[in-house]
Each structure stands twice: as structure tokens, then as C-alpha cells.
Design a binder for this molecule. Structure first.
Ligand SMILES: Nc1ncnc2c1ncn2[C@@H]1O[C@H](COP(=O)(O)OP(=O)(O)O)[C@@H](O)[C@H]1O
Ligand SMILES: O=C(O)[C@H](O)[C@@H](O)[C@H](O)[C@H](O)COP(=O)(O)O
Length: 172
């Protein structure tokens, strides 16, 4: 759990289309923190595969996860807070990038698959197609209670989710 000073990094996680980038960017703006989208860390082959409808494997994701862990480590050592939007579908992925849960808090955007499916379908100009959602749910291992996730519903507006998250983080 976060220590009295609060976390230095907040990760907003969930399947594609759950609102990680939208909520994460809004949260970062509210807190005055830096924001990073994990999509920007994918090797080009990963994006090319997803664009062609090929889901990523654990092997594909490993270099990506290592780069994300390095981004977090820089934040922690420099004391520069940041919000990271990142799917982190599996527990093993989260264990790799969240080494100290007191300093890195997890937000999990969850809720109705039909809502998410509609959003991915309507989203313009993104490489990730709605038919790929099946593979996201196949890989998804929702956070367990020991990960102390802050849960936010995909049905809420981004603004409502940010208010909930800030309250749960006890950050002003
Ligand atoms: N709470 C929300 N209410 C309505 N639309 C949303 C909400 N969150 C995200 N969206 C929209 O849904 C789509 C997916 O959001 P995005 O932030 O890209 O999700 P992710 O980063 O998890 O893939 C975008 O078109 C975005 O504008
Ligand atoms: O691990 C993965 O399979 C990908 O990271 C995936 O979870 C992510 O969702 C896509 O890269 C699309 O990006 P958005 O999440 O922004 O739609």
C-alpha cells in the first residue's frame, strides 16, 4: 500500500478500450504529473503484429515490460511522479513492473465488455481492432486483493473516474 507520502507512480491498467489513455492522461493533468502511454514503448514488430490482428505473446511483451519497468525505476529514483497507461493483463506482467506497491499504485479499469467493445469499435485512428478484444480477455488476469487495486468502472465518465482515483489515493 502507498506510504504516507503517497505513490510516485500510478499505473492505469485494463484491456484495450477500457479507457487507460483517456483516464490516465486526465489523472496526470489533475495531479500535475507526467503521463506516459505504454503503447509508445512497444517494439515496432509488436505494433505491426497487432495491426495485422496477431495478438502479442509473453515473449513479444517481455522487452516492452522491461522498458516500462525502467521508466518506472527512473521515476522512483528521481522522485518525479508520473502516470502510466498500460494494459498489464497478466499478474506476472504486473509483478515485473511493480516492485514496490507502496510507491507504485495500480488502478484497474473494469466493467462491461459490451461497453468496451463499443468504444474500441468507435475509436478512430488506432491500430488495435475490436476483434482483437477476445485475445485481451483470454490473457486478462484481473488483479487480486493482494495487489490492492483501485477499481474504477468503465461506465463512469473519465472525470468521475479521476475523482474516485484521487480520493482512493488520498491525493489532493
Ligand atoms: N469513461 C469513458 N466514457 C466514454 N468514452 C470513453 C471513456 N474512456 C474512454 N473512452 C473512449 O473510448 C475509447 C478507448 O479509450 P482509450 O483511452 O483509448 O482506452 P485504452 O487506452 O484503454 O485503449 C476512446 O475513443 C475514448 O475516447
Ligand atoms: O499487451 C498487449 O496486448 C497490448 O499492450 C494491448 O493490451 C494494448 O491494449 C494494445 O497495445 C492497444 O493499446 P490500447 O490499450 O491503448 O488500446
Amino acid at each position: 500500500m502507498a506510504d504516507e507520502a503517497g505513490p510516485t507512480v500510478v499505473i492505469v491498467a485494463g484491456v484495450s478500450g477500457s479507457g487507460k489513455t483517456t483516464v490516465g492522461r486526465l489523472l496526470a493533468g489533475h495531479l500535475g504529473w507526467d503521463f506516459a502511454d505504454a503503447d509508445d514503448f512497444h517494439p515496432l514488430d509488436n505494433v505491426s503484429n497487432m495491426r495485422r490482428g496477431i495478438p502479442l505473446s509473453d515473449v513479444d511483451r517481455l522487452p516492452w515490460l522491461r522498458d516500462l519497468a525502467a521508466w518506472i525505476e527512473v521515476r522512483l529514483t528521481s522522485g518525479t511522479p508520473g502516470v502510466l497507461a498500460c494494459s498489464l493483463l497478466k499478474r506476472a506482467y504486473r509483478d515485473l513492473v511493480i516492485r514496490d506497491p507502496r510507491q507504485v499504485r495500480l488502478v484497474y479499469l473494469n466493467g462491461d465488455r459490451d461497453v468496451i467493445e463499443r468504444r474500441v469499435t468507435e475509436r478512430k485512428g488506432h491500430f488495435f481492432a475490436a476483434h482483437m478484444l477476445d485475445s485481451q480477455y483470454r490473457d486478462l488476469e484481473p488483479p487480486g486483493p493482494d495487489e490492492h487495486p483501485i477499481r474504477a468502472s468503465v461506465r463512469h465518465t473519465p472525470e468521475e473516474s479521476v475523482r474516485e482515483i484521487v480520493r482512493a489515493l488520498a491525493l489532493r
